[in-house]
Design a protein. Structure first.
Length: 482
């Protein structure tokens, strides 16, 4: 009888792929985790207890069939594992790298709950798909038939690309418009290479292009082409523009030089990684080299800024956050990585203002404590009077979150309904907006969220469009009756 490969969580401890030394990591923008060797991936997958009700799966936004692909991996049936994994996820190797697994699949793994350490789901998912690319199992997009219906997608982030992939596979004519010169959205210009190397995204872009998706880059909808023109060109339009309006700090001195927005800082750094010329980086405005850097915020964006500043050669990097470690929105795994790399976290601290003339010299910091819970049950930070102090800084990066741009005004489409937060209103199953045949997905609907949610939305909207297309196709009986 074949040896039972599963349920090994008692005898085999949790083990992540090897992580590069912090000293080495600080020197470059390459990913920090290595790949599992085959035997290790099999062993780690074999730790899964094959739950009858897999909470990992129900907490994965894509409801990935995790127990099945773990079992197939443990049995060495990697190509089948890949087939199962890619059936529900358009970009499994990307999610395996950057999903906050501790809040999603792995955070709900029962063996984690029983104190054995979670199954390393994300790392195995990445391993399976990276292997599939190496082995040539990732098939080109090759529709069985060409269809006449056309879809215009605004935004080449994960939401737009996931929809493009699904629609094109069904043979529709797909054009993706983006204001940037490269596709990938925040996966290219927001998230740094040490979490997601750019080649991983670029090979997906190439796969889509080779499969017949047309990309129109450097095209800002609302400026280079109107929304109405776009609607005239396509049967369906999908809005996947993300959220880019940075929240600001209403604090004295915030306009000084040396106080910059996280998105500008990260975009510049990512562009430098591509070898682009970025004058604001060359001038030092968006470069942390040799500077005392203070990053304000406690989310994923703040984590990416502090770790980028370390790699650019900052003399010190501090992260100010108004709540404590347990109450921060960013991933705990990322905080640990940042600490290993030399970032100092200053919890329960908020900026009150900035000193300096033209250029910032310091942040005036208020110390906070956590008070009574608010309506959401989250404890509100309160100022501790008389505990202010000054933190010297040459570069301050504001990472306070993002809000949607006012698309109905910018695009002159008042009938595009938005919520009171400015996000687009769309049916939560089909993702169709109040305007017929116009759909919306990703951050522009959810507010700043995650890549995996954008992928899910994109897939669902594509399916809803395909349902409509198929409903309009006359059946064989109807054709015969004509
Ligand atoms: P986006 O990725 O924002 O893509 C939108 C695209 O639309 C862009 O390419 C933009 O150029 C284009 N666009 C916008 N307006 C127009 C217009 N008018 N005309 C033409 N094109 C337009 N999520 C994770 O899951 N894990 C992480 O580790 C993670 N880290 C993050 C780090 C940072 C710094 C940031 C900012 C976000 C991070 N996120 C992370 C969130 C994640 O990147 C987003 O939730 C996700 O990219 C949203 O996808 P989207 O397709 O809705 O939009
Ligand atoms: Fe976990 Fe994300 Fe993969 Fe789902 S897509 S299994 S949440 S890593
Ligand atoms: Fe396996 Fe954990 Fe999912 Fe259970 S919850 S099926 S142990 S990965």
């Amino acid at each position: 009888m074949a040896k039972q490969p599963m349920l090994k969580f008692v005898s085999i401890p949790k083990e992540m792929p090897s992580k590069r030394d912090a000293d080495q990591r600080r020197e470059d923008f390459n990913e920090i985790y290595g790949e599992y060797v085959t035997e290790k991936a099999r062993q780690q997958a074999g730790r899964c207890s094959q739950c009858g009700v897999p909470y990992c799966q129900s907490h994965c936004p894509l409801h990935n069939n995790i127990p099945d692909w773990l079992k197939l991996t443990a049995e060495g049936r990697l190509q089948e594992a890949y087939e199962v994994s890619q059936a529900t996820n358009t970009f499994p190797e990307i999610c395996g790298r950057i999903c906050p697994q501790d809040r999603l699949c792995e955070g709900n793994c029962v063996i984690e709950q029983s104190g054995h350490g979670t199954v390393t789901i994300g790392a195995v998912e990445k391993y399976i798909t990276d292997t599939a690319w190496e082995e040539g199992w990732v098939k080109p997009i090759s529709p069985a038939e060409e269809r006449p219906e056309s879809v215009g997608i605004i935004g080449a982030g994960p939401g737009g690309l996931a929809a493009a992939d699904r629609l094109r596979r069904a043979g529709l004519q797909v054009t993706v418009y983006d204001r940037y010169d490269r596709s990938g959205g925040l996966m290219i210009y927001g998230i740094p290479g040490f979490k997601l190397e750019k080649d991983v995204v670029m090979r997906r872009n190439a796969q889509l292009e080779e499969g017949g998706v047309t990309f129109v880059q450097n095209c800002n909808v609302g400026e280079d082409i109107t929304f109405d023109e776009l609607r005239g060109k396509h049967d369906f339009v999908l809005i996947a523009t993300g959220v880019y309006k940075s929240r600001d700090l209403p604090a004295p001195g915030v306009g000084a030089n040396g106080i910059v927005r996280a998105i500008d800082y990260l975009t510049a750094s990512n562009r430098i990684g591509f070898g682009d010329s970025v004058p604001e980086f060359t001038s030092g405005e968006l470069n942390a080299e040799g500077k005392r850097v203070v990053v304000i915020g406690g989310g994923d964006t703040a984590m990416d800024c502090v770790r980028t500043a370390i790699r650019q050669g900052a003399t010190s990097v501090k992260c100010l956050y108004r709540r404590d470690r347990a109450n921060m929105p960013g991933s705990q795994r990322e905080v640990q990585n940042a600490e290993e790399e030399g970032v100092e976290f200053v919890w329960l601290s908020a900026p009150k203002g900035f000193t300096g003339g033209d250029a910032v010299e310091s942040v005036m910091v208020q110390k906070m404590r956590l008070g009574a819970p608010d309506a959401t049950g989250r404890q509100s930070p309160e100022v501790i009077e008389g505990a202010d102090y000054v933190e010297d800084a040459d570069l301050v990066i504001k990472a306070l979150g993002f809000e949607p741009e006012d698309l109905p005004s910018l695009w002159n489409v008042p009938e595009l309904e938005v919520t009171r937060w400015g996000t687009i209103k769309a049916d939560f199953r089909t993702h169709e907006t109040q305007i017929e045949n116009v759909y919306a997905v990703g951050d522009i609907v959810r507010g700043a969220s995650l890549v995996v949610w954008a992928i899910r939305d994109g897939r669902e909207a594509a399916d809803a469009i395909l349902d409509k297309v198929m409903a309009a196709v006359p059946s064989a009986t109807e054709v015969a009756a004509e």
